[in-house]
Design a protein around this ligand. Sequence first.
Ligand code: AN7
Length: 349
Amino acid sequence: MPYEGILKEYGHLLDLPAHTLPVALLEGNTPLIPMPRLARELGAAEIFIKYEGLNPTGSFKDRGMTAAISEAVGRGVKTVICASTGNTAASAAAYAARAGLRAVVLIPEGKVAAGKLAGAIAYGAQVIQIEGSFDDALSMVVEITKRTPLALVNSINPYRIEGQKSGAFEICDVLGDAPDWHCLPVGNAGNITAYWAGYQQYAKIKGTRLPQILGVQAAGSAPLVLGHPVEQPETIATAIRIGKPARGEQALEAAEESRGRIIAASDDEILAAQRLLASEGVWVEPASAAGLAGLKAEIEAGKFDPNGKQIVIVCTGHGMKDPGIIADSMPTPKLIPAELGALEKLLGV
Ligand code: AN7
């Protein structure tokens, strides 16, 4: 059987209403890439990257979006709306297009990476910038969906979480069990909530073990570490530039119940982790490198013993989502005459 997406693959394990009409772009089934050099460098037994950038719109959001849009279509919804730091916008736009729905996305002014904005526009969404943060945008879409027939497809929507549980199922199916540790970035806290729910469900029905969860926020946007909302979140990892996570309580529960924790990584640590991943062939957007940034900092501070551990790090979005991060700091490629002699001289060969 050819692969048909996560509703076909895992629909029987997802709590979706009977009216759900599957809308798929063959999302999921992303690679779990072994990182032997990284494991050696950090002193862990095994490290795998769950490379979510290979989803149809380039981020993990497609797992939840196929479920949310499928449910909305089945219920007769005509227009979906979300607030987004970018990836949710692109994903909602693509699945709405696939389903023939209108999509409206609200984004914080000037803070969405080029690859995400371009995607949302390419898929035909109505993109609206607001003079405010993601958190302001989220409040607006929550309010408007209470008053009007527009359907909310942010991860407050429970079907988003149902779809995103599939990431945990895939990891367990590939490894034969859950890993010792599961590291991932935390923004609005939908993904950490979904992974923990997925691991718990598999533990119940398949007898797999439960991983410890390390959630990582960006230091300038770390409400769950500080213990209070952040009014003006800032970070270079714009995907997780979120000061009031909608599922913050559940994220803290996931960390506590799994005997894990939520920590913060600085922008410099995040960018260094992005470079470290790329040096082993995996290019991810900055927010996606937060899981590794946090893990590495914990190990270096002596707070995490990697010895003998099997660790999965979720890299949530593709590097191509945010080309500006690289381009802005990139030296202009050397220009030479179109002559072999010039090339040989430059290469010293
Ligand atoms: C690459 O697109 O919130 O903790 O509006 O794009 O589930 O929010 C994106 C979040 C991590 C955080 N990595 O996940 C949005 C949005 C990437 C992301 C997160 C996001 P959550």
